[in-house]
Design a protein around this ligand. Sequence first.
Ligand code: URP
Ligand code: ZN
Ligand code: ZN
Length: 461
Amino acid sequence: MSTLIKNGIVITENEVKTADVLIEGEKISTVGKSITAPNAKEIDASGLYVFPGGIDVHTHLDLDVGSTVSSDDFYTGQAAAAFGGTTTHIDFPTPRKGETLRAAFEEWLSKAAGKAVIDYGFHMSVVEVNNKILREIEELPDWGITSIKVYMAYKNILQLTDEEIYRVMQTAARKNITVMVHAENGDVIDFNVRNLIAEGKTEPKYHAISRPPLLEAEAVNRAIYIANAAGANVYIVHVTAEMSLNQITESRKRGLKVFAETCPQYLFLDDSYLELQNFEGAKYICSPPLRKPEDNEALWNGLKKGDLQIVSTDHCPFNFKGQKELGKEAFNKIPNGLPGIEDRVPLLYSEGIVKGRLTLNQFVRITSTNPAKLFGLYPQKGTLKTGSNADLFILDPNAERTITSQNHHMNVDYNPYEGFKIKGKIKKVFRRGELIVDGEEFLAEKGSGRYLHRKHLKWED
Ligand code: URP
Ligand code: ZN
Ligand code: ZN
């Protein structure tokens, strides 16, 4: 089956050109001028943009957080991702204490089996450390997993000590496994949470007060230094604050190695949302928390300058009714996380490119190419070259729409970006050469998404 996309404006990490794209089977066959392919199905893309499919490297589908389970499973979450131009994501198998990494890996494969509609890989969460777990970390590349996540926060649940993190990083370094770090000082936060609750300060806004930017910046710095001491590649997830970004920028200037991401919620929202009446602030509870408008601006600058390489979503949705409401009595019982898998690419297009904050090439790098390079998927994914997977979306730059939970595809009863008017509308999405989104129609068969055996980080900038 061949498809010929004619006369689109084709954008990759380093090019913008009017060209035709010939897809043969699952791959891009040619990108060039005046291609003819008599047997191919032709699509006229005049005046439309053709972008590489988005890659979201930070999602939590079907995640059991103890009190409840994130509301998107591998079908609803991936279908929503596809409507938003994302054709690949990487999720986090998260073992329970006492469970092997292998068991978590297999559990996640079975969560996706029969449901997946886009391609997906895994990072492994490491939530406890012993010799058995360290041996299993060494096996991860054989399973196609070349990155792990450790937590410096969520005390008594996911948090590791510095010694444990150092041992994990040393092991990871031997196998060229990238270590992703949730960087917040969990000990101090835990103390703050207990004190605030004891003082009767239980509303959502106190979640942010318990975990200020200083406690993120301190942990970011510690993570970078411990990783460099251990010789590991380190990637700081969900950077929220100017102070944390400054630690990253300064470290990079000093020659320390560190990569980092931010997420849409830290670019487009701020802590004023936590003060919404009728407990609606709970909709915006995530960790680290939303910060100030000045932090939003600083993060845009970090993206522009390349100190932040990726925007992922940390998609971890919970319904307001029945899930976020679990924390009505106290903010520390509100499940942490926001939806975003469907809106990341459209929001970044509209707020990034249309508002002049990013160039077209920067947009592609941040949403697709850098994720592919840092997480071992390039050039199979993250670009539009001959031989790459034909993962792409076609966007009408002149169309406009308003984001609303009334018509989004995520399985969650609110949208944090409700009412945002955005420019640009995704018309068609291809995953490995197959048209899976055509306007409002969803065409992918359940189970047609594929598990990705990832290679190691390869960064050549
Ligand atoms: O609030 C968040 N971010 N929930 C998801 C888990 C994590 O820390 O990434
Ligand atoms: Zn995290
Ligand atoms: Zn996360």
